[in-house]
Design a protein around this ligand. Structure first.
Ligand SMILES: NC(=O)c1ccc[n+]([C@@H]2O[C@H](COP(=O)([O-])OP(=O)(O)OC[C@H]3O[C@@H](n4cnc5c(N)ncnc54)[C@H](O)[C@@H]3O)[C@@H](O)[C@H]2O)c1
Length: 333
């Protein structure tokens, strides 16, 4: 198939582009490089049987996207802003980029007659009041502008399926972690807010210590539990989900492991991989943090046979390799 991967120069996108190329698909990447890195695609090309074609530009640019869609069978739409905290400060950026981007893309797809789309959604669409584990039919009620844009995006796809004959799949990612086993592609992080990159920064002296936000939660060790998934499992999930696009309608799947890990378990796994303890300071709880957030991954497994393979140790070990072999990520943009 000929595929268009928006956001393909980013963290998850670069792993996905490699998997698509290795599975024999042609790949066009559309990325404005606002957070992606062109060197990611050079590294992908060195590992893949053939390179991806890079179109630099905004997914909201309908004429540009129409040109990029020539001959394309399926769109995998990853391009978006993703920082929950930033979205609280600047909701308008998220409305414009995430919803304006999807709106432009859908317009271009309709005009070019491309009707199959796989969409990066997130566990952040669920309501903090939803009981655990989170199922696809659990209550949606995002508590951030970021999560809200993703939930709205899902609604837009439902309408396109109902009114314009689109086939769409939304994958609700839980917490992607890790890097490709080659050590040559990974997350180019500048100011990370996610736990594992921050732990690695504390281990390598880029942060004085890792702050644990709250150790008095009602969990076994008092810290929050999250469902982490290896980026390679997450990437493979997209290839598995392509089969669901053969069916009309809009299909929603959680992509997680169903096995949550606490902050302390993550710290222990990182310390084991690095061979030294993580410097830690105990901090207060952060407003809005749920004690536990875990996927029920049963629907994706029942419908399409997907199951995550990597455990926490594998996630952390691959992240550590990427981090130590590429201390500057891909280098300056
Ligand atoms: N990483 C996570 O923790 C996580 C969790 C859940 C969902 N997601 C979603 O997965 C997708 C990919 O996330 P990621 O972690 O790879 O992020 P990333 O920032 O590394 O990748 C996103 C890519 O999209 C590009 N981009 C952004 N806006 C664009 C636009 N208007 N036009 C063209 N390109 C644009 C960026 O340059 C970047 O290369 C996003 O949609 C994100 O919301 C990520």
């Amino acid at each position: 198939m000929r595929t268009l991967v928006t956001g393909g120069a980013g963290y998850i996108g670069s792993h996905l582009v490699l998997d698509l190329l290795q599975a024999g698909h042609e790949v066009v990447v559309l990325d404005d490089l606002s957070n992606g890195h062109p060197r990611a695609l050079e590294r992908v090309a060195a590992l893949a049987p053939r390179p991806a074609e890079l179109v630099v530009g905004d997914v909201a640019d309908v004429p540009l996207v129409r040109r990029a869609l020539a001959g394309v069978d399926v769109v995998l739409h990853l391009a978006a802003f993703k920082a929950v905290g930033e979205s609280m400060e600047h909701p308008e950026r998220y409305f414009r980029n995430n919803l304006g981007g999807l709106s432009g893309l859908l317009t271009a797809m309709r005009e070019e007659g491309v009707k199959r789309i796989l969409y990066s959604s997130t566990a952040a669409v669920y309501s903090p009041q939803a009981p655990m584990p989170l199922r696809e039919d659990s209550m949606v009620g995002p508590d951030s502008p970021y999560g809200w844009t993703k939930a709205q995006g899902e609604q837009m796809l439902s309408w396109m399926a109902a009114r314009a004959g689109f086939s769409a799949v939304s994958l609700r990612y839980f917490n992607p972690v890790g890097a490709h086993p080659s050590g040559s592609i990974g997350e180019h992080v500048v100011a990370p807010s996610n736990l594992v990159p921050r732990v690695l920064m504390a281990l390598t002296g880029h942060l004085p210590a890792l702050t644990v936000f709250g150790s008095d939660y009602d969990t076994a060790d008092g810290t929050c539990l999250r469902d982490y998934i290896h980026v390679c499992d997450l990437s493979r999930a997209h290839l598995v989900a392509l089969a669901a696009l053969e069916r009309p309608g809009h299909h929603v799947y959680n992509v997680g492991t169903g096995r949550p890990h606490s902050v302390r378990e993550v710290l222990a796994a990182c310390a084991e991989v690095a061979g030294r303890p993580v410097p830690v300071v105990e901090g207060p709880r952060r407003a809005g943090d749920m004690p536990v957030a875990v996927a029920d991954p049963a629907r994706f497994h029942a419908d399409l046979g997907f199951r995550a393979e990597h455990d926490l140790h594998g996630m952390v070990a691959s992240a550590w390799r990427w981090w130590t072999e590429n201390p500057q990520g891909y280098g300056p943009r």
